[in-house]
Write a protein of this length. Structure first.
Length: 103
């Protein structure tokens, strides 16, 4: 008696499913790239060379911004104090950048 294998036939891949699969792959690749970039940052500022690419790690930078919307509201009132201005300055720490280029 011949055994007949049942073959499941799936419909052609739906664009939504393909998009979801690609997004999942991208997330996995971005997580791996972030881990590698973090390991380069941990080594410090400098140029790191591979066989095909080189990467540069920059210094950390402090960035401050002024909250313009809040400033406009307060400037309507007379006598904006320095204390208020100081309270609306946002200070962020940017990660050192890692730039990779082909050799």
């Amino acid at each position: 008696m011949n055994a007949v294998a049942n073959v499941l036939e799936f419909p052609a891949e739906h664009p939504v499913d393909r998009l979801g699969a690609l997004k999942a792959q991208i997330a996995t690749l971005e997580a791996e790239a972030d881990r590698i970039a973090d390991s380069l940052r941990a080594q410090g500022k400098g140029i790191y060379e591979g066989s095909l690419f080189k990467a540069s790690v920059s210094d950390e930078a402090l960035v401050s911004t002024f909250d313009a919307a809040a400033a406009k509201a307060k400037l309507i009132e007379a006598g904006v104090s320095q204390q208020w201005i100081d309270g609306n300055v946002k200070i962020n720490i940017r990660k050192p950048t890692v730039k990779v280029v082909s050799r």
